[in-house]
Design a protein around this ligand. Structure first.
Ligand code: HXC
Length: 539
């Protein structure tokens, strides 16, 4: 007799049960007690396996959900579900939940749908029943316009269930793509995320990982060794720092699960529930009249002296800037914040890293962030201090033209309010790409110290006066003279302002107030979508 029948359909009173014991009376209180006992048993899971998880610094699926969701808010779907597969020892082993705890709960009172893979059941591997539960919460998240959060801890496709496991993954990926740009999707990697599971992370809007315990790869160390002969450890191959610092798959990296899940909650607090709702507003922070003298001190006047763009951002936004991809492509910074209580996406060049040039990873990072903000109605504030694109064979061979075009494309198609602030210099193609008026910024503000040009004054003079400089007895003196004489035309922001490409040349200390006022003015911006199936972003 299957366990389902034993659990829920007691034999009639008077007849011995299959195990020979006298059957319980079929009363409501008896059935209720039986149900409660079963639910408690399912929730407790395999205690020894759970202890093994904890010994590795991991939590169980239910412990993680308890940290993620508001207390008492979780409602579970298909707790009793079991796989229906046979063979390879599966027939005798049909644990409830099939290795994934799925359902809905709230974060700060706002609805989310979640699933948490349970490594203690078949290594969290994904078979047909496991996949069907994930499909169900994804469908419900999309139908109700709620964010989806997946907690991943899995050995990947359940080997015994073969093609049914692969079919299950396909169904997840199709749903990820259908939901992309409609509801926020967050993937949290808290253990192995092997094989197909890694694509859930790649397709999500934001991926979180935890150091030492999380590892994500398409092919694990054993396969790597078999194919290439190279021996490599799990975290060396696909740990949090690999994906947070090199591949760019992980946007956030943590030392422990509790901090990680706390930040998932924080991220959700900054996101709209779906693409038809505005991002959650907070109370005004009085930004309209908030002058920040420090802004006049942070940025050196000399165009090439480094400083930390995050210091500028901190003076412009309210006090909860949440940086995305902090460890990857540091020459551009992106993050979510509030200005005067309203959520914005901030993109800035970072002069501290590679002088703030745009290269391949920086273009990819900023492009994806811009597209996310645009899909979810989050206004963009772009802080520009960019010397250009990174020159060199590596960049050209690697396709900087194609990758830089992603950022260009992302800004060109963005219809959310867009405010550009040029804080020091904006040269050449990088000026255009960093949300210039020519590609659709609604407003461009420039600081007076600013240089907006095809190139820096010295470079420009070197090209335009090459013959004269070669012939000069004192080339350096002549160069300095020429720069002084022509700098107004070559680089001065008023040159751009007089031609309508800069709306205002502002005092740096007014930046927070000016940006806040413009965002308020643009809040009701509407832009019709062009009639087409979809554009062809240079992938
Ligand atoms: C079935 C699996 C499993 C899997 C692990 N288990 N992975 N069962 N299918 N894919 C089981 C183990 O047999 C074991 O069962 C239990 O889970 C715990 O696993 P361990 O190996 O003891 O744990 P650990 O040492 O921590 O190693 C975890 C691991 C390793 C790194 C994830 O198990 C592993 O390498 N698994 C295989 C990973 C993989 O190659 N997956 C297929 C990817 S291909 P018992 O009964 O002993 O407790 C894929 C295709 C989709 O996903 C492609 C779509 C694009």
């Amino acid at each position: 007799m299957s366990e389902v029948i034993r659990d829920f359909v007691p034999v009639p009173p008077g007849r011995p049960s299959s195990n020979g014991h006298a059957p319980p009376a079929r009363t409501m209180s008896g059935l209720r007690a039986q149900r409660e006992a079963l639910r408690a048993r399912i929730a407790a899971g395999d205690g020894a396996a759970a202890d093994r998880q904890r010994a590795l610094g991991k939590r169980t699926a239910r412990e993680r959900l308890a940290l993620l969701l508001d207390e008492g808010s979780f409602t579970e779907i298909e707790m009793y579900r079991r796989h229906q597969a046979h063979g390879l020892k599966l027939g005798e082993n049909r644990p409830h939940t099939d290795g994934v705890v799925a359902g809905s709960g709230t974060i700060d009172g706002r609805r989310v749908f979640v699933y948490a893979q349970d490594f203690t059941v078949f290594g969290g591997s994904l078979g047909a029943a496991h996949a069907a539960k994930i499909h169900k919460v994804m469908d419900l998240a999309l139908a109700t316009g709620s964010p989806l959060i997946g907690l991943n801890d899995s050995g990947g496709a359940r080997i015994q269930e073969g093609v049914m496991s692969l079919d299950g993954y396909g169904g997840i990926f199709r749903r990820c793509v259908q939901a992309s740009g409609v509801i926020p999707q967050i993937c949290v990697v808290l253990g192995p995320c092997a094989g197909g599971a890694a694509y859930s992370a790649a397709l999500a809007d934001f991926t979180f990982m935890v150091r030492d315990t999380a590892a994500m790869y398409l092919t694990g160390p054993d396969v790597v060794e078999a194919v290439t002969g190279e021996r490599v450890g799990h975290t060396d191959l696909g740990g949090a720092d690999v994906h947070g610092g090199r591949s760019g798959v992980a946007a956030f990296v943590y030392d422990d699960e509790a901090d990680c899940l706390a930040d998932v909650r924080h991220l959700v607090s900054l996101l709209p529930a779906n693409n038809l709702e505005p991002p959650p507003s907070g109370p005004s922070s009085g930004a309209w009249d908030d002058l920040r003298p420090r802004l006049a001190e942070i940025v050196p006047v000399e165009p090439n002296r480094p400083y930390d763009m995050r210091d500028v951002i901190a003076e412009i936004v309210d006090d909860d800037y949440f940086e995305v991809h902090e460890g990857w492509a540091g020459n551009v910074v992106v993050g979510l914040a509030r200005i005067d209580g309203e959520v914005v996406g901030v993109v800035g060049n970072q002069p501290m890293v590679l002088a703030g040039v745009l290269d391949i990873p920086a273009s990819q990072k900023a492009a994806r962030f811009v597209r996310f903000c645009d899909a979810f109605g989050i206004p963009l504030v772009t802080l520009v201090d960019v010397p250009g694109f990174l020159p060199g064979r590596d960049q050209e061979y690697g396709g900087i033209i194609r990758h830089g075009a992603k950022l260009l494309y992302a800004y060109c198609e963005a219809t959310v309010p867009r405010v550009q602030v040029i804080v020091r210099k904006a040269y050449g193609g990088a000026y255009i790409v960093m949300d210039s008026r020519s590609i659709g910024a609604d407003v461009s503000l420039a600081w007076p110290t600013n240089e907006i040009a095809v190139m820096g004054a010295e470079g420009a003079v070197n090209v335009l006066f090459r013959r004269e400089l070669n012939a000069a007895a004192d080339a350096a003196a002549l160069r300095a003279e020429l720069i002084a004489e022509y700098s107004d035309q070559l680089i001065h922001p008023l040159y751009a302002a007089e031609r309508g490409l800069v709306d205002d040349v502002i005092d740096p200390i007014e930046t927070r107030a000016e940006v806040a006022r413009w965002l308020a003015a643009l809040r009701n911006k509407r832009a019709p979508a062009p009639q087409r199936k979809h554009g062809n972003v240079p992938l």
